[in-house]
Design a binder for this molecule. Sequence first.
Ligand code: KG4
Ligand code: ZN
Length: 334
Amino acid sequence: MSEVILAIESSCDETSAAVCIGDVIKSNVIATQQIHSKYGGVVPELASRAHQQAIAPVVMEALERAGVTKADLTAVAFTQGPGLLGALLVGASFAKSLALGLKVPLIAVNHMKAHILAHFIENPKPAFPFLCLTVSGGHTQIVRVDDYLDMTVLGQTKDDAVGEAFDKCAKIMGIPYPGGPIIDKLAKEGDADRFEFSKTDMPDLDYSFSGIKTSFLYFTQNQSQKNTGFVEENKHDLAASIQKHLIGMLTDKLVLAAQREGISNIAIAGGVSANSELRQTLIAMGEQNGWQVFIPKFEYCTDNAAMIAMTAYYQSQQNDTATMNVSPMPRLKF
Ligand code: KG4
Ligand code: ZN
């Protein structure tokens, strides 16, 4: 009899629940919170309340779509971190209560590992070892993956995440949160070579995105003083130029990591891996460098519980279950 795992994701502004039977995802329901767009970023208190409102209906729908009932569940998994404490608490408490009531094991999942294991939801699946560039609103990491649960962070951002840089530059342009996907759209009709911004070079495989964001801010402020319509008139070129810089920073280090580790299986994961320019650039780089490139489907790039279920499945194979006093860890490390 296969494992039937219900997984819950509530680390940021998506309330999601998924069911897997064995290693096959049967449902993946995602409720995205709309409330944050007018505030220019996720408001933690509002996120917690929205999770509280959404979680029961989202879980019920995930069970229904998978064609299972609560009684079929053999384990309940939840995102332990990293993420917003209040948001994580909602998912953790719900999962704990359900596991306790059903007398089934509880599985605590690391959200960043789960982004990487989203690659095992569908074919083609990367062979080990592979490198994964994990790029989200909270993280930017290059990870070496030697097995499902054997991962090493080779380099990471020392300040802002790349998704944060996309969102902050978008906010400077007056674009509502999350601005990353809108920058992506605007950039399609822009000249990426029109504007230059200065960036901070970091040693080894680490990143820094706060410098380029500040450079973008000063540049647009300066130009807007001369012409108040500057941002609106040049939004396509501004979006294309900042996007080109950010992606260039990401891929430069990825090339270095691939050379250093001697690995040619290259994957991307996390919300920013939905970026169309990053996806295209990576495919082109794969052809140039002889890499095999793995890019997740759009629905598995941004936050979702299918990736939590996948990770929980591999953890369950190793009897990696949590005790009932487990608690959310906003800064959970690998
Ligand atoms: O992984 P994710 O859904 O949540 C976190 O764990 O942070 O990532 C969200 C981030 C946001 O910063 C959002 O702007 C960015 O991913 N993002 C994009 C695109 N789609 C989502 N950034 C650039 N281009 C996109 N198409
Ligand atoms: Zn995420």
